[in-house]
Ligand binder design. Sequence first.
Ligand code: MN
Length: 331
Amino acid sequence: MLTDNQISDFSELLGKDNICIVMHKSPDGDTIGSSFALFYALKHMEKNVELVCSDEIPEHFRFISDGQKDFDMLFEPDTVVSVDIASETLFGNKYGYLASRVDYAIDHHFSNTFYAKKTILSSSISSAGELIFELFSAANIEIDSYIAEKLYIAISFDSGCFRFSNTSPDTHRAAAELLKFGFDASSINVKLFDSTSLAQLKLESEVLNSVKQFKNNQISMVTVRYSQIERLGVNENELGGLTSITRRIAGTVVGITVREKSDGEIKISLRSQQESPLPDFDVSKVAGKFGGGGHIRAAGLSMRCSVEEAERKIIEAVLEEWERLYDNPGE
Ligand SMILES: [Mn+2]
């Protein structure tokens, strides 16, 4: 449920003009879908509005951006709005300078660093798409099938097609409202979740072959080296699925994906999924120790060191938190 403050901040935003909407770097289905939905809603209100993203839209997400690949600043904005961006570093390089002048951040990450003048944050909600759906409803903004489809994509993407624990009755209610517009949800979900290139499947099988497990196989760590990505010809933009590959190993409570990028940076994704009565393993807490962030069950960070060192540091930090939580509770 939205607060009165969130609703009044959003109506204030609706009173502005010359608006620039910013997506996060390495754009995903949520930031693209929600930003496009907001963009068209503001366009329908006859606002001067533009969309930017520091990185290119990966090919498999271009059905969300209507084929658009990159974004140029078309005019100097009076108002800057970020969508789905938890912290300044996630603005990326090209539009990183906008991070210091954001008027409204619309976000659902509890690790949000409050970099914006006003932050419309709902950290219990599945996606920026669901939050924007709620804001549109509260502000009586009329949506059409185009906008509905973008919001549905955003919600389905971030909720893992309604499988992740961030999926609430409200998430389903939002999706149900949006589905009334009659777009082809089935083909959207196939594109988002079931379509993988052969090269990517080969990479996944190599990666799973080298899985390392700890604590009775409840912690799984996989490592992806840049040389593998290059050899198999997988597009670096299309590696999003690897971040949750450990989820697919039955029995995994904490999943770690260590990925070496072409520039040598090491990107680490952390995922957790525990069933009660185990207390939650908050992966954003571990990510935070290395300057990263995210949610309780999905977080990320990056390091500049060798792959081996990154593996050692992250497993050490995860084991430390594991032992505190599960092996020596109450200490
Ligand atoms: Mn999101």
